[in-house]
Design a protein around this ligand. Structure first.
Ligand SMILES: NC(=O)c1cnc(OC2CCCC2)nc1N
Length: 328
């Protein structure tokens, strides 16, 4: 096998770094800094170098995002830290009661963080020395499935963090509404069964044993929990979300720090209105006591934290598409 010169090795490294930065801006920050053709030209150059010198391929190379292996099955994963579910609430009275329980237990009022409740599937991502080493589904909260190879094709999941830290984070993997509509149009044309909703489409995509299929489904993520903090210092949820940003993860920036339940309710009403305009599906709002020591004081019931509640929106009336409107 031909040995690459130092210049060629340096060029490959330079291409990888530049392409990964462009991909980060596009898929994580939603703020591309170059046109697609600039990315495509550099990408083609890297593919050529890696074809001429396969030893140049690294696991965080952008060329590894396209998938290409067919797994025999998914191994089981035991979550050291369980993935909890959430207690649902359905109206303002229940939110006021939630706040009353929190204040009674802590003896004072607290700040809350409101986050949009993304309607995808929960994933857990493990990193060792900054490298993505394992991705898993929630499963039953304790035992999930190892879907690392499929999650490596999800462009918003960093293969290498900005710091060489070891930690575990959790969040949601979802399919954007536009990708869902396009996928179902193609499946309809191909006489395949269509997906009922973006959540099922995302779950179906991550259950594929051929990683090229997951790579083709334009899945994305919003991360929201630092599970194993590693060396990260964060004392509350709102700053933990900023830490996730600084490590290179994609987080949802509609989050809001609320000082009172009235502000929580205003956030809920605002996003009940805005729900249909969002490029991703949500099924409610997650309300969390912000301070981590308060969360520890409140603890968990058997299945869910006492320091969080999921306000569920009523099911969205199915948006009529142009074809469905009866033209009298
Ligand atoms: N679907 C979501 O967007 C979502 C789900 N869960 C949580 O937090 C849970 C995780 C640990 C206890 C509270 N936050 C979210 N944003």
């Amino acid at each position: 096998m031909a040995v690459p010169s130092t210049e060629v090795q340096q060029r490959a490294e330079e291409l990888r770094t530049t392409l990964n930065q462009y991909a980060y801006e596009y898929y994580v920050k939603d703020q591309p800094s170059v046109e697609d053709y600039v990315y495509d030209r550099l990408y083609k150059e890297l593919v050529q170098l890696e074809t001429d010198y396969p030893q140049l391929v690294t696991e965080d190379s952008p060329t590894q995002r396209v998938g290409g292996i067919v797994l025999p099955g998914f191994e089981k994963v035991i979550h050291d830290i369980p993935l909890y579910s959430l207690n649902d609430v359905f109206d303002k009275e229940e939110i006021i009661a939630f706040d009353a329980r929190v204040q009674k237990a802590l003896g004072r009022a607290v700040d809350y963080v409101c986050e949009l409740k993304i309607d995808g599937l929960s994933i857990s991502l493990k990193y060792e020395n900054g490298r993505f080493v394992r991705g898993a589904t929630r499963g039953d909260g304790t035992v999930g499935e190892n879907i690392t190879e499929n999650l490596k094709t999800v462009k918003s999941i960093p293969l290498k963090l900005k710091e060489p830290v070891s930690l575990e984070v959790r969040g949601e993997c979802y399919m954007p509404k536009a990708s869902f509509i396009r996928l179902n149009q193609v499946r309809e044309e191909e006489g395949l069964e269509v997906f009922a909703n973006p959540r099922n489409a995302a779950a179906g995509s991550l259950r594929q044993l051929d990683t090229r299929i997951a790579a083709s489904r334009n899945l994305s993520t919003f991360l929201y929990t630092l599970a194993d903090f590693g060396p990260i210092e964060a004392h509350d949820q709102f700053s933990a979300l900023d830490e996730l940003d600084s490590l290179g993860f994609r987080t949802n920036h509609e989050r809001r720090l609320c000082r009172t339940i009235d502000e929580v309710w205003a956030y809920i009403e605002e996003f009940h209105e805005k729900r249909s305009e969002l490029p991703y599906e949500i099924d409610g709002v997650v309300i969390k006591v912000n301070d981590f020591s308060d969360q520890d004081t409140l603890g968990f019931t058997v299945k869910a934290p006492r320091w969080a509640a999921a306000y569920k929106f009523p099911p969205e009336e199915a948006e009529t598409t142009i074809e469905e409107i009866e033209w009298t």
